[in-house]
Design a protein around this ligand. Structure first.
Ligand code: ADP
Ligand code: MG
Length: 376
C-alpha cells in the first residue's frame, strides 16, 4: 500500500503523466516476447512497457494471446523468445527464469479462486504467512477497509455476493503488496449490471492502493472506461497502445477502429483541400492528418454513430434512406444506406423516430478530427 490517502483518479493520472521520461517509473517491460506452442504462435514479438501506478488493459478478441501474455508476466509460462523485466530486473529471457513466487506479481483469476473453507479474513491473510499475528491483523483490517468489507470479515465465500467475492479476491492478491497486479477478465463472471458497478469500484480500489495493474478483457467498453491506457491486441501482437480517447478517436488501423466500437467507413475522393463523400463535401482539415499524398484518389473516413445525424428530407435531396432501427435502451441507432453505396449508422434519442425507408440527409456533427485509411 503506497498511499491510502490518494483517493480519486486525478492524482493518479497526474503521476502517470509526469513519470513518462523517468526510467525508474517503468515497473514492467516486455521486449520482443513470443510464445509458440508447436506450430502455433500465441504471442508474437510483443513489446510493452507499464508505468508505476498505471492501469493498462490488454484488449482483443478471444484467442489473440491476452491470457498467455499475463501467464508469461506471472511466470506461469516461459517465453519462447524475448525478455520480461520487473523494475529493470530480468525475470525471464533465454538464460533466466524466475518462478512465480520469486516475482512479486499478484493475480486475480476470472473465477476468483477463493478458498471455500476459509472465511474472508483468512482468505485475505493467506498470502501473509510470514508476517506476525499482530501485523497480519492490521494488514487484513487495512485491506478490508480498502475493499469496504469490514462488516463481512467472518463470512464464508458462499455467503457473499459475486461482487463481494471479487473484492475479497482483490484484497487477497493486494495483501503481499505485489509490484504488479494481473487481472484476467475480472468481470466476466458478473451479470451486466454488477459488471458496470464493479469496474468503477475496482478501478478506484486499484488507484487507492497505488498498485500497477494489467487487466485483460475482450470488452471494449470495459477497457475504455477503466484504463489509463489500452493496448489493442490482434493475432498475438499489440496493434496500438494509447489512452482511451486517443485509441477510440484515432485508431491506427481498421481492425482497431472496428474493435473499439461501431465503425462505418465513408469512401471519399480527395481533390486538393476538399473531400467528396456520400454525405457531402468537406474540407480535408476535418481529417486527423494530411491527405495530400492521396490527392485525386479515394480514402475511407471513419465515422461512428455519434459523429452523424440523420435528417428526414424530400426524396430529391436525400443522400440515402433508413434501412433499420436498432433499439439500444437509452437511444436508437439508425442504419442508413447511402446512394453512394456506403452504409453508415447514426445515433439519435427516442424523440427522433424515423421509419425504415424514410429518405434522409446526413449531417457530420463530429467535433473531433476524423481518422481515415487508404482505400484497400
Ligand atoms: P486469449 O486470452 O486472448 O483468449 P490465449 O492467450 O488464451 O488467448 O490463447 C492464444 C492462442 O494460443 C490461442 O490460439 C490458444 O489456442 C493458444 N494456446 C494458449 N495456450 C495454449 C497451450 N497451453 N497449448 C497450445 N495452445 C495454446
Ligand atoms: Mg484469455
Amino acid at each position: 500500500m503506497q498511499d491510502n490517502t490518494q483517493i480519486g483518479t486525478t492524482a493518479a493520472f497526474d503521476a502517470v503523466e509526469t513519470a513518462v521520461d523517468d526510467p525508474s517509473a517503468e515497473v514492467l517491460a516486455l521486449d520482443g516476447v513470443s510464445k509458440t506452442y508447436g506450430p502455433e504462435t500465441a504471442v508474437d514479438e510483443l513489446t510493452l512497457s507499464v508505468r508505476d501506478g498505471e492501469l493498462l488493459t490488454l484488449l482483443g478478441p478471444s484467442g489473440c494471446g491476452k491470457t498467455t501474455t499475463l501467464r508469461m508476466i506471472a511466470g506461469l509460462e516461459r517465453p519462447t523468445t524475448g525478455t520480461v523485466s520487473i523494475r529493470n530486473e530480468v525475470v525471464a529471457d533465454e538464460t533466466t527464469f524466475r518462478k512465480p513466487e520469486e516475482r512479486n506479481v499478484g493475480i486475480v483469476f476470472q473465477s476468483y479462486a477463493l478458498f471455500p473453507h476459509l472465511n474472508v479474513e483468512e482468505n485475505i491473510a493467506f498470502g501473509l504467512a510470514e508476517a506476525d499475528e499482530r501485523e497480519t491483523d492490521q494488514r487484513v483490517s487495512e485491506l478490508l477497509e480498502l475493499v469496504s468489507l469490514e462488516r463481512h470479515r467472518q463470512k464464508m465465500p458462499n455467503q457473499l455476493s459475486g461482487g463481494q467475492q471479487q473484492r475479497v479476491a482483490l484484497a487477497r492478491s493486494l495483501a503481499p503488496e505485489p509490484e504488479v497486479l494481473l487481472l484476467d477478465e475480472p468481470f466476466s463472471n458478473l451479470d451486466v449490471r454488477l459488471r458496470v458497478e464493479m469496474r468503477e469500484e475496482v478501478r478506484e480500489i486499484l488507484k487507492r492502493a497505488g498498485v500497477t495493474a494489467i487487466s485483460v478483457t475482450h470488452d471494449q467498453e470495459e477497457a475504455l472506461s477503466i484504463s489509463d491506457r489500452v493496448a489493442i491486441m490482434n493475432d498475438g501482437a499489440v496493434e496500438q497502445i494509447g489512452d482511451p480517447a486517443e485509441v477510440f478517436e484515432n485508431p491506427e488501423s481498421r481492425f482497431v477502429a472496428s474493435f473499439l466500437g461501431q465503425a462505418s467507413f465513408l469512401s471519399g475522393r480527395v481533390t486538393d483541400d476538399t473531400i467528396e463523400t456520400g454525405i457531402g463535401t468537406f474540407e480535408t482539415n476535418r481529417l486527423n492528418g494530411p491527405v495530400e499524398a492521396y490527392n485525386g484518389a479515394t480514402v475511407d473516413v471513419l465515422v461512428r454513430p455519434d459523429d452523424l445525424r440523420a435528417i428526414p428530407t424530400a426524396e430529391s435531396t436525400a443522400e440515402g434512406y433508413v434501412t433499420q432501427r436498432q433499439y439500444n435502451g437509452p437511444s436508437f441507432v439508425y442504419r442508413v444506406k447511402l446512394h453512394s453505396g456506403d452504409v453508415v449508422h447514426c445515433l439519435h434519442n427516442h424523440s427522433e423516430s424515423f421509419k425504415p425507408g424514410e429518405p434522409v440527409e446526413i449531417d457530420l456533427t463530429a467535433d473531433h478530427p476524423l481518422a481515415w485509411y487508404p482505400t484497400e
